[in-house]
Ligand binder design. Sequence first.
Ligand code: ADP
Ligand code: MG
Length: 362
Amino acid sequence: MEIRIAGLTKDFSSEGKRIRALDHVDLTIPANRIFTLLGPSGCGKTTLLRCIVGLESPDSGEIAIGDEIVLSKERSIFVPPEKRGLGMVFQTYAIWPHMNVFDNVAYPLKSRNTPMEEIRIRVAKALAFVQMEGFETRPSTKLSGGQQQRVALARALVAEPKVILFDEPLSNLDAKLREETRKELRRFLTELNITAVYVTHDRVEALALSDRIAVMRAGRIVEVGDPKKIYFRSDSRFVADFIGRANLLRGRVVMLEDAHAVIDTDIGTIVGLNSQKIAPGQEAVLCVRPEFIKLAATGAAGGRNIFRGKVETLLFTGEAYEGEIRIGDTLVTTTISPTVPVAEGGELFLSFDPDHCFLLPA
Ligand code: ADP
Ligand code: MG
């Protein structure tokens, strides 16, 4: 089911101060896709999710889930959470300590008077998904944090709701389990063909899990797009910087060359994609990610987008070296294959891929 949000604003007051948690949010969340709200802590992700669920009452705006308007301040409509047909998994553990695993997961079905036979089948399926088979009779208090969260996930999925919402559900799992669960979650949600709204501050999680991402900042939606668009061609400096490691070089556009522009920066003249059509004479920021800065042969000196630099630091991360290279007064971050013979203090030439350098408004 599609979710449409218009003009949503929510203020909190805390210690006499007013905090605008949501600032005129307009957003369409497409049906049957994994949609992620991504942004730094405090930007309003949880508040937006709670407004969709009905746990928070906004100051203005409208929310429609499918054909039904569940909230309209103007028309005084407020559909309570239990009538919105949603499933939710919270950041903090939300399972009942006085119930065992089976009863926790079965709860949403029991409260709907589902026949016991069907409850058993569906609980077993949900527990299998979260790799918790055999835990049915375990008291909830005898589970680790990660296991509790997986039970919460199973409970949200068991009733196969039309929309499922997640608030940083994997943040309490260890790194390996988090990666596995992310993969499983993507597969399961895709199979279920369900509308999923997922909140995280973890950019890698957002990129790996989502069909579409909305990046939030200070109560507003800054940009919406599929993961590749957000990563390779973000529209703003904030998003480019937030979604991945980025070298951001300030400069002034010198001239245009079809889809590209030549920009004068502190390290020299660079050619990059100019999809936002920034005019000559204008200030701009050139963004290039570390993986698109390659080592060039010494003989390439003087070529386009090629710069001489000195290795300042070299950090071995397993898959690669993360190198900080000084070009003039500027430090540039680049990813270097661990098989390349480089050393701190050494000189090298770097080549910037013009199709992966992109210009952003300053
Ligand atoms: P996020 O989930 O992105 O970290 P939140 O939606 O939790 O952000 O919070 C957005 C802003 O609203 C923050 O500044 C937060 O401190 C504030 N806020 C959230 N809930 C309350 C509340 N119940 N009372 C006062 N301020 C709140
Ligand atoms: Mg939050």
